[in-house]
Ligand binder design. Structure first.
Ligand code: GCW
Length: 717
């Protein structure tokens, strides 16, 4: 009996220990197993001196203690004063001694308000390490960065890190509804338990803030852009305030989505016309009410006149009128308006890809100072691959912020292993040529191209109340990588993958190398088995789960996959060249020329810009049909390779996460084949050609694939 109880207890403990691993994200703080590394750390870190006593500084101190204890087995002596050598001195510029301040003078001149310094210095001939910044939040960033050095087993000798975020607003967009469903959410329900707030503070809120702070995220939009006005009522604002109080010491500001018709819905006004004095006044009063509760409230994110959301156009006004009216309301309190450019009209059947540019570009220079226009990375909608959005670089007098989608609406939900920083990097590196060669999207976004003061990067969150936050253990890497790129849009995704793997799983090179490779490959894999060669938006309708290239009966033409691939007997692809919709003309002349010309258009974007015949010769000599089929097959093969690599990783990973990933990869393979088979059978009707050698034949018919229905696919309301 006793032994049975013991076994039970053991199982319970080992289960929860391993479940905790999933929950702990990239903050595992695994014990440092390399003894040389561990002794270097211990020798160089004998004491800790923490200066200041704000809540933020207390968080930083606690984090250091946890990190040291978990990674090195003990905490260096906590000292009140700097005595002896090899101390870690932690505190903001305001709290440093004159001597240290003057030692770091040049470094302080290099950093901005959120930047930090981690530096080995010598004080009265004694070696010390200082972590500092201009305020306590910056110190916290420094502490997390310092702990990352330990987590990734890098040396702490001769440290000299001076780093500042390159963008101001590094923000998650939660598409969370008040009923806790999450639009395009695949990791459970919303974290925000509105019913229990404000009195019940879930530990998750704190852990969420900590995780975000560890990667430099400094803002969160709590609510869906398809907005509900109720969030602006006192009943909910009280709850928002409670969350803001939790997030504040972690440097995270709260923002809300503003439903444009709120003055009517909750304010009893007859109109929401942005030029109506009563409406103007309503938003001013509402803003004052919010700031009274939350003095550091970030501002509003607005989706207006898009996909049925109300907006200024309902009153014969335009985006500038709407955005500026709200901007005036929050300006006295230092708030910003993030106005989305994701618009497309059902009345313009020509080319959806052109609409955001057509509507917004003429407004360049017309928005108020505290408005930033939020632009999706591509012109259609978060596809596995899209050429960069033509608005980037095309509005020199308007700050534009990037909107990436971290949640995998079009990339296999939380079931497929897809490392998104690779996608993000591709976009950020794209050269818009708008101000000559080297005018990359990253330079637009960080404000350096046109000297914009207000800058930002938003990511549509992939977080829910699943035990592991993101549904797929590897989807945590997308949250992590988003934060790292928001901090520094020039970071290489390989570095991000490596950091993440080391902090999340293991520092063993035999694990890192192959697993990093599959992460890096994974983005191309999903492109290959879903939408190779520039195909896009051929997912099944509504929920976007699985292939649906045949869908053609939706009320709005640009909702139909057939609108995007335009496959017929002559070929396939959307002609956006000069002889087609001329969408290419929205890019700078160099880029337009490149995309317009079949010879120079990158093959990865071929069918995005051109309708080409099934016999068109690709660069590798294959016909388009054969090349397309081989790409689909390649995608499937890549998933098999991911499985091979993962199976060999078993000894480096806890069994729970190992098995989760293994099962998920099994599903990913099944779905990759489903994509390949369904798309090839469908397109074959038009090409009339056999599959080339090397492409596996479907065991199902096209009718079978068409008959599949998923009434309860997640994330679809
Ligand atoms: O991609 C589409 C999604 C919608 C989303 C919209 C948007 C929030 O399918 O679910 O709505 O984009 O970005 O506004």
């Amino acid at each position: 009996m006793t032994s049975l109880r013991f076994v039970f207890l053991f199982l319970l403990i080992s289960f929860s220990a391993s479940a905790q691993k999933d929950y702990k994200l990239w903050l595992q703080y695994n014990s440092v197993t390399n003894s040389a590394v561990a002794s270097e750390y211990k020798n160089n870190l004998k004491g800790i001196v923490v200066l200041g006593n704000s809540e933020t500084i207390k968080i930083a101190e606690k984090e250091l203690k946890t990190g040291f204890l978990d990674m090195l087995g003990s905490i260096p002596e906590i000292k009140q004063n700097i005595e002896g050598e090899n101390n870690l001195i932690v505190g903001s510029q305001l709290d440093l001694s004159t001597e240290i301040k003057s030692e770091l003078k040049a470094d302080f001149e290099k950093i901005n308000n959120e930047g930090f310094i981690i530096k080995s210095i010598s004080l009265q001939k004694k070696k010390q390490i200082v972590i500092s910044g201009k305020n306590d939040i910056a110190v916290l960033y420094g502490v997390f960065n310092f702990l990352r050095i330990l987590q990734t087993n890098k040396s702490v000798k001769n440290l000299n890190i001076v780093d500042s975020p390159k963008t101001n607003i590094r923000i998650l967009n939660h598409w969370d509804n008040l009923d806790r469903t999450v639009e395009r959410g695949y990791a459970g329900f919303s974290l925000w338990n509105w019913q229990k707030l404000p009195d019940f503070i879930d530990q998750r809120y704190i852990d969420y803030a900590r995780a975000n702070a560890s990667i430099g995220i400094n803002g969160t939009v709590l609510t869906n852009v398809n907005a509900n006005a109720l969030i602006l009522t006192p009943q909910y604002l009280e709850k928002v305030e409670a969350l803001a109080n939790v997030f504040r010491p972690y440097g995270i500001k709260v923002y809300l989505t503003a439903r444009f018709s709120a003055p009517i819905e909750i304010g009893n006004l007859k109109t929401a016309d942005p030029k109506d004095p009563e409406v103007i006044n309503w938003w001013k009063t509402k803003s004052a009410e919010i700031y009274k509760r939350i003095p550091d409230f970030g501002g509003f994110l607005v989706k207006a006149n898009s996909e049925g959301q109300p907006g200024p156009q309902n009153y014969g006004r335009n985006h500038v009128d709407g955005a500026n009216m709200l901007a005036d309301a929050v300006a006295p309190f230092g708030g910003v308006i993030m106005w989305r450019a994701f618009v497309y009209s059902e009345h313009d059947a020509n080319d959806r890809a052109k609409q955001a540019y057509a509507e917004f570009q003429p407004y360049d220079g017309k928005f108020k100072e505290n408005v930033i226009v939020q632009v999706k990375n591509g012109a259609i909608d978060f596809q596995p691959r899209e050429p960069f959005h033509p608005l980037f670089g095309a509005m020199p007098k308007t700050p534009l912020m990037m909107e990436f989608q971290i949640t995998q609406e079009y990339l296999g939900f939380s079931t497929h292993l897809v490392f998104l920083p690779k996608l993000f990097q591709e976009v950020l590196e794209s050269d818009t040529h708008q101000k000559g060669k080297g005018s990359t999207v990253a330079k637009v976004v960080d404000g350096t191209l046109y000297q914009n003061k207000l800058t930002g990067i938003a990511g549509v969150a992939n977080i829910g109340n699943d035990l592991n936050w993101t549904g797929h253990p590897f989807a945590q890497a997308n949250w992590y990588g988003f934060g790292r790129l928001a901090w520094n849009p020039y970071l290489d995704s390989e570095i991000i993958a490596e950091e993440w793997l080391r902090s999340t799983f293991s520092n063993d090179e035999n694990f890192i190398k192959p697993v990093k490779n599959i992460m890096i490959e994974s983005r191309e894999a999903v492109v290959n088995y879903m939408t190779p060669l520039g195909l896009h938006h051929i997912m099944d309708t509504g929920h976007h789960y699985g292939p649906g290239p045949w869908v053609s009966n939706l009320s709005r033409p640009e909702w139909n996959p057939t609108y995007y691939h335009k496959a017929d007997k002559n070929g396939i692809g959307f002609d956006r060249s000069k002889s087609g919709t001329n969408a290419v003309s929205q890019y700078a002349p160099e880029v337009a020329k490149l995309f317009d010309n079949l010879e120079t258009c990158p093959e990865k974007d071929l069918l995005w810009f051109h309708h080409v015949s099934w016999d068109y010769k690709l660069k590798n000599g294959q016909t388009l049909w054969n090349g397309l089929a081989l790409k689909y097959q390649e995608g499937v093969n890549q998933v098999r390779e991911m499985q091979n690599v993962w199976n060999k990783a078993e000894k480096y990973v806890d069994s729970e996460r190992f098995n989760e990933v293994k099962m998920l990869l099994e599903i990913q393979l099944k779905e990759a084949k489903w994509w390949r088979d369904a798309c090839l059978l469908y397109f074959q009707q038009f090409s009339g050609k056999e599959l080339p050698a090397g492409v596996e034949k479907s065991t199902q018919t096209l009718e079978y694939f068409k008959s599949l229905k998923f009434p309860f696919a997640p994330g679809n309301g």
